[in-house]
Design a binder for this molecule. Structure first.
Ligand SMILES: Cc1cc2nc3c(=O)[nH]c(=O)nc-3n(C[C@H](O)[C@H](O)[C@H](O)COP(=O)(O)OP(=O)(O)OC[C@H]3O[C@@H](n4cnc5c(N)ncnc54)[C@H](O)[C@@H]3O)c2cc1C
Length: 375
């Protein structure tokens, strides 16, 4: 990691921060790939490993207790300003790191902690279904039964991103007994090893965006999961511990996208400002909103283990507002651009497609609204 400082917030330190370095790499190395990633012809595995080399996946690892997510969010915002799909893959990787860093399974932490946080091993998270299940929206899709030295897991997840043949991801199964009946209240969180021959990755049908994100349907055909891959024997308290971080880290995706949509509106101000000023939504409004979200995200990101209900509500409310604002600002950018933004070659239409993903990725807008209604 060299002398890279952790956070841009340390303005007294003139050394380049990790987020600055990520921003530089995003402009120089990611920008030329963004269209191909969007089209699904490139999965930027090498670039993700390169980001690991500059410390992009390590800054939020807890240091003897507290954790600070600010630098990770700022780095993902820098990526999101250039490419929403890559910001999402960065979130997948950061979330995987977050799981391993919070696990009390020492064997797992020793084997994977550094491998994930350095980017030597890539991967993601299959927590959409469990997150929906914990909030009463759908049933758990994976089932596991205890055997000597681990569990045997079966079932399928429809979408898991940032995957490949040697990748890992964290997910959850419901324990069942010998007869296939659910064991009362038992859910286990574990790492799935995509190189296991009993795990099949099936490419998904083309999406509206995010096609270069290494997203697959994942089938588990009686996969043996050894104790070494168990993140938490009881998933519920573990999820409670990591859930604020899981959601807060998504802020980077939305903030980066918002910033670029504001840039797009600014770029067309000179030729079209005389008529664009009649549009109801202007860059200034979004700049103010961005500043508000960034401030709130940076405040909440200093304290991801806070157990107060009021803190949790702030995290959920911020995430909801960022999803809504991402769609709104991308829509406004399209209207400001006019025919220029309607060209396939212009990034405004890509940003609009990416913005909908911010609003539908778990926890989706509807789930966030349910969570606030139930809290
Ligand atoms: C590009 C992309 C990448 C994603 N990456 C991940 C990831 O890395 N990890 C992860 O856990 N989740 C991932 N998801 C899932 C995502 O987080 C959301 O869960 C999903 O977008 C739906 O959320 P929702 O709350 O709107 O649920 P809804 O769409 O309201 O309902 C979802 C449920 O409907 C059913 N369903 C609907 N359409 C289909 C379909 N075409 N095929 C199969 N089942 C269907 C399934 O039972 C599914 O669980 C990804 C989704 C997309 C589109």
């Amino acid at each position: 990691m060299g002398s890279l400082a952790l956070s841009r917030v340390d303005i007294a330190d003139p050394a380049p921060t990790i987020a600055d370095e990520v921003a530089r790499l995003a402009r120089q190395e990611l920008a030329p790939l963004a269209s191909a990633i969007d089209a699904g012809s490139v999965y930027p595995g090498e670039f993700l490993r390169r980001l690991g080399e500059v410390g992009a996946w390590a800054s939020h690892v807890p240091q003897e207790g507290p954790a600070d997510l600010r630098c990770a969010i700022q780095s993902m915002a820098a990526l999101g300003e250039i490419c929403g799909a890559t910001a999402f893959m960065a979130w997948c990787q950061n979330t995987l790191v977050w799981y391993a860093a919070n696990s009390t399974n020492m064997k797992l932490a020793t084997r994977f902690g550094d491998a994930f946080s350095s980017g030597r091993v890539l991967g993601g998270t299959g927590l959409s279904n469990p997150m929906k299940s914990f909030f009463g929206i759908e049933r758990l899709k994976l089932k596991g039964r205890k055997v000597e030295g681990g569990y045997v897991v079966r079932g399928a997840l429809p979408w898991v991103s940032n995957l490949g043949p040697d990748h890992y991801f964290g997910t959850i199964f419901e324990r069942e007994d010998e007869d296939g009946k659910p064991e009362s209240g038992g859910t286990v969180m574990f790492l799935a090893d995509c190189s296991d021959p009993a795990i099949t990755l099936t490419p998904c049908k083309p999406f509206l965006a995010m096609d270069g994100t290494g997203t697959y349907g994942v089938q588990f055909r009686d996969v043996f999961v050894p104790d070494e891959l168990i993140l938490a024997e009881t998933a519920a308290p573990f999820v409670k511990k990591i859930r604020a971080g899981f959601i807060l880290l998504q802020a980077g995706m939305g903030l980066g996208l918002m910033k670029d949509c504001i840039n797009i509106m600014d770029e067309v101000h000179a030729p079209l400002g005389h008529v664009n000023r009649y549009l109801p939504q202007q860059p200034l409004q979004f700049r103010e909103l961005y500043a508000e979200f960034e401030k709130e995200a940076m405040t909440l990101a200093r304290d991801p283990y806070n157990e107060d209900d009021s803190y949790w509500r702030r995290v959920v409310a911020l995430r909801l507002r960022i999803g809504d604002a991402s769609v709104a600002v991308a829509h406004a950018a399209m209207l400001h651009c006019g025919a220029r933004g309607y060209l396939k070659s212009h990034r405004a239409q890509r940003r609009l497609r990416e913005a909908y993903f911010v609003a539908i990725v778990t926890p989706a807008t509807k789930q966030l609204r349910k969570m606030l209604a139930d809290a």
